[in-house]
Design a protein around this ligand. Structure first.
Ligand code: NAD
Length: 318
């Protein structure tokens, strides 16, 4: 990495949250290599959340500076609305502007729903979903006033539905809806907001995460992807592939993309479809339970559907 190797983002100022490790670190280094000045934000906590260490963000900021780039470290917590404001203000204080926001910070707590505590839910939603809102809310003031800006939000293929990921899936699909809506709110102000569903070999790919994905795929295929995915390759996929896409999304080359979702895993880059009504049936006068029993309407609506999640023969209290 050199501070100015590419120059595609020369003069731009970027914030990357969760930039001390994994994908965020790769994003920060790649943005800096293209000439962006970077606020390297990372709380420096554990994979499941909790804890903090300012040295984590500082190490990446120092790495960028050593390579000839410009960077400032921030150890603020994105899930704290006031602290998120400080991250945005750090960009304004250090460089006088903000052009790019990469919302990447995240934690993971895989639990089957009957084992999930209230804090497993609240903490995860706070970092991912509220963290995205808090960062975008503060950045939006600047982006709207200057009539420019790029936002990259981070979702996950796990949002499409895995065993034991209900907190994570809820947050990650929430981020997709949030992204579409932000694209509308800020699009008229020349701000683009897209989401990525990345996959890469980082510390977040815990053994239990690999296992839950493997089980999900074996049992009913991977929803939304349509072909075999992650298991054989989970440690092979480099974070640099994700960073390359993130950089590209920040350039004018991506100006046609707004409110969309890209999937990036190793050498594969995909564009997700947007949900739409698959079929509809109509009940003149409104639906009643008798109308719902109508075989013709239901054959059209549900006829070829199967329950992919077959009931077990006995329940379990474990
Ligand atoms: N690795 C994958 O395969 C994968 C797949 C899908 C989605 N993602 C998403 O990509 C993003 C990056 O994940 P990663 O795999 O690089 O994980 P990682 O654990 O290596 O990095 C995440 C970083 O976010 C930081 N962080 C956590 N909570 C924070 C907070 N409240 N404020 C500031 N920083 C915080 C952590 O300290 C950590 O350094 C996450 O949003 C994750 O959900 C990753």
């Amino acid at each position: 990495m050199t501070g100015q190797s590419g120059g595609r983002l020369a003069g731009k100022v970027a914030i990357v949250t969760g930039a001390g490790r994994g994908i965020g670190r790769a994003d920060a280094l790649a943005l800096a290599a293209e000439g962006a000045r970077v606020i390297v934000n990372d709380r420096g906590g554990a994979t499941e959340g909790g804890g903090s260490d300012p040295a984590v963000a500082e190490a990446v900021a120092a790495e960028i500076r050593l390579a000839g780039g410009e960077a400032v470290a921030s150890a603020d917590d994105v899930s704290d609305f006031t602290a998120a404001g400080r991250i945005v203000q750090a960009a304004i204080d250090a460089y006088g502007r903000l052009d790019i926001l990469v919302n990447n910070a995240g934690i993971i707590r895989p639990r089957m729903i009957w084992e999930m505590s209230e804090s497993d839910w609240d903490d995860l939603i706070a970092v991912h979903l509220k963290g995205h809102f808090a960062m975008v809310r503060h950045a939006a003031t600047h982006f709207r006033a200057q009539c420019s800006g790029v936002i990259i939000n981070t979702s996950s293929n796990s949002g499409l539905g895995h065993y034991g990921m209900s907190n994570y899936a809820a947050a990650k699909e929430g981020i997709i809806g949030f992204t579409r809506s932000i694209a509308r709110d800020l699009g008229p102000y020349n701000v683009r907001c897209n989401a990525i569903r990345p996959a890469a070999g980082t510390r977040m790919v815990l053994p239990e995460v690999v296992e839950t994905i493997r089980r999900s795929q074996e049992d009913h295929g991977f929803p939304g992807i349509g072909h075999d995915w992650i298991v054989p390759r989970e440690t092979a996929a480099s974070v640099d592939n994700v960073a390359a896409v993130a950089v590209w999304l920040c350039t004018d080359a991506a100006s046609r993309l707004n409110g969309r979702t890209l999937y990036i895993y190793g050498e594969e880059l995909g564009l997700f479809s947007e949900p739409r009504l698959e079929r509809a049936a109509y009940a003149p006068g409104g639906w009643t339970s008798a109308a719902l029993d109508d075989e013709g309407a239901m054959a059209f609506l549900l006829g070829d559907l199967e329950n992919l999640f077959k009931p077990k023969t006995t329940g379990s209290s474990e």
